[in-house]
Write a protein that binds this ligand. Structure first.
Ligand code: NAP
Length: 255
């Protein structure tokens, strides 16, 4: 069973987040799920999850949301940022995207995560030496090997990966574990509905196989030992990166 007890799971109204939230609920955990779609939140509440509506791209509102969330649920010991968005762009066609599209994608995927870390981690540390807590972000196999049509998304996920490496180094001697969840291409509702957009040779992993592989690690390996938790084809990408650069990162700062 995962070592998390009260989990704030941001971006869990569908797909990988919803599936992880239900699995954690099935383990008897308290799970607070967030997202923007109220109808989805209402449906999840009816299934026993705690819900909270918030838009992570409204970064000015994040501090107030975290005040409210931590005063409503003072036992939150895990913050898992799963919210994310990916937009196809062609740099050859200025009309395929706008400056505002770019800024929204970076804010949603990367800036919001850094602000959330700022408002969550000091709260965890204030609980003292013996109290374990966990900070997770869902990145992507594309953080390691990008694909051409998601240039900003690839960059945001690679940025999150290195953000987490740095946080893990800073928090090495603390009771806070820093975990990166690295999904491959997974057959979520969205992916199934938009399968014609994907390259024909790309095979999506089933959601159940994906969750089984991720939770086999979360449930069985001590959280402080976990770094990148990958599944399916993303495992080889992470291994190649760790085998190539892990030792260099470990000196002199430890990883
Ligand atoms: N599926 C894959 O193949 C795959 C592969 C690699 C990585 N990932 C990553 O896995 C995570 C989940 O993706 P998914 O495939 O499960 O997609 P999804 O079903 O579209 O889920 C995305 C979640 O993020 C939330 N979200 C998006 N923008 C938000 C915002 N501005 N404010 C608050 N919540 C927001 C959505 O909630 P609302 O719409 O209700 O706001 C939803 O709950 C993402 O970070 C994605 O990049 C997915």
């Amino acid at each position: 069973m995962a070592p998390f007890n009260t989990i704030l799971l941001l971006g869990a109204t569908s797909g990988l987040g919803e599936s992880a939230a239900k699995r954690l609920l099935g383990q008897g955990k308290k799970v607070i799920v967030t997202g923007r779609r109220q109808a989805r939140l209402d449906a999840l509440k009816a299934e026993g999850l705690e819900t909270y509506a918030m838009d992570v791209s409204d970064i000015a509102a994040i501090p107030k949301h975290f005040d409210t969330l931590f005063s409503t649920y003072p036992d939150i010991d895990t913050v898992w940022i799963n919210s994310g968005m990916a937009t196809r762009y062609s740099v050859k066609d200025i009309n395929s995207y706008t400056d505002a599209d770019l800024a929204l994608e970076v804010t949603t995927n990367l800036t919001a995560a850094a602000i959330i870390a700022r408002h969550a981690i000091p709260r965890f540390l204030a609980r003292g030496e013996g109290v374990e807590s966990h900070f997770l972000i869902t990145t992507s196999g594309l953080a390691y090997v990008p694909i051409p049509f998601f240039p900003v998304y690839n960059a945001c996920k690679a940025g999150l990966h290195y953000f987490l490496v740095s946080l893990r180094q800073q928090l090495r001697d603390s009771p806070v574990s820093v975990i990166e969840i690295v999904p491959p291409y997974v057959a979520t509702e969205y992916v199934v509905e938009n399968k014609d957009e994907a390259p024909k040779n790309l095979q999506a992993m089933s959601l159940k196989d994906y969750e089984d592989e991720v939770f086999a690690q979360l449930d069985n390996i001590p959280a402080k030992q976990l770094k990148e938790v990958a599944a399916g084809p993303a495992v080889q990408r992470v291994k190649t990166w760790r085998d190539g650069l892990g030792a260099m990162i470990a000196k002199p700062f430890a990883d």
